[in-house]
Design a protein around this ligand. Structure first.
Ligand code: MN3
Length: 276
């Protein structure tokens, strides 16, 4: 069958939902999910299930116009022995809450400034930095909790479409695992290693994040994160970040990562629509 030539306008129309998803953030997704709940169901097929994890994360992380601390998807001791309940409680209840509160406070100040139309340049630059720090801190932690689950017996490896995407990019899961671990280990001081989906090339990739600021290509979507700030492991592993990372690989919730990957990939329409 002859392929239809796509005009730039067609591409923009096709790309619009993708752009909306990528730039919306969890808050807008939550609003979308909440408004969809009020609409009549139109026969949701099992194939739309990939949105489940993203929808749950969005609904729990934003309510009534404000970001909020989502509950842990498991009891605080469920990740033991790999990560202690003490670390998880402190990390989630105190530290993540701090980023959520900081994000709401920063947004309120920015909105106030924007509406007043009275700009102090130093204050504005500081607020933009705070927005990135707290917003990244909230989103990366939401993903961190969601992409972990209690360890199971046997090897913990990805399956399905995310496994294919990882193999396509890195040759094998073992090579990906070694590379991702090295990215996490070489993060200077505080930061993260992040697996992302990049919609234009329709591929996965890995980025290193300093503090909470995403030094990533705009438009990419994080789908798996590991926190390598010392607060994520020091109480149990002291300075042995490598031991913590070895333990963390047993906790990766690959079905959740796969759901996010397939959801964002479908939402972007890129592979099937834009390249025809
Ligand atoms: Mn942290």
């Amino acid at each position: 069958m002859k392929k239809k030539t796509m005009t730039r306008r067609d591409m923009l129309i096709k790309a619009a939902p993708a752009a909306a998803v990528m730039s919306a953030g969890l808050g807008a997704l939550a609003q979308q999910a909440q408004s969809q709940e009020n609409q009549p169901q139109t026969g949701v097929s099992p194939r739309s299930e990939p949105g489940r994890v993203v929808k749950m994360m969005a609904q729990q992380s934003f309510f009534d116009g404000k970001y909020q601390l989502p509950p842990l998807p498991y009891p605080p001791d469920a990740l033991e022995p790999q990560i202690s309940a003490r670390i998880i409680k402190l990390h989630h209840d105190v530290l993540h809450r701090g980023y959520v509160n900081g994000l709401n406070a920063t947004i309120a100040k920015i909105d106030q400034l924007a509406r007043a139309g009275n700009y102090d340049q130093v204050q504005l630059a500081g607020l933009m930095r705070d927005l990135s720090y707290n917003g990244g801190g909230d989103t990366l932690h939401c993903l961190y909790w969601t992409t972990m689950a209690p360890a199971k017996e046997g090897p913990n490896e990805p399956e399905g479409e995310i496994a294919e995407a990882i193999n396509a990019r890195y040759g094998s899961f073992d090579q990906f695992k070694t590379f991702f671990t090295q990215v996490a280990l070489t993060t200077k001081d505080s930061g993260w290693a992040v697996l992302i989906y990049e919609p234009i090339g329709d591929a996965v990739g890995v980025f290193q994040v300093g503090d909470h600021d995403l030094h990533v290509v705009a438009g990419t979507q994080p789908i798996l994160t590991v926190d390598v700030w010392e607060h994520a492991y020091y109480l149990q592993y002291e300075n042995r970040r490598g031991e913590y990372l070895n333990a963390w690989w047993n906790l990766v919730n690959w079905p959740a990562v796969n759901e996010m990957y397939t959801f964002f990939r479908q939402a972007c329409h890129m592979a099937s629509n834009m390249q025809t």
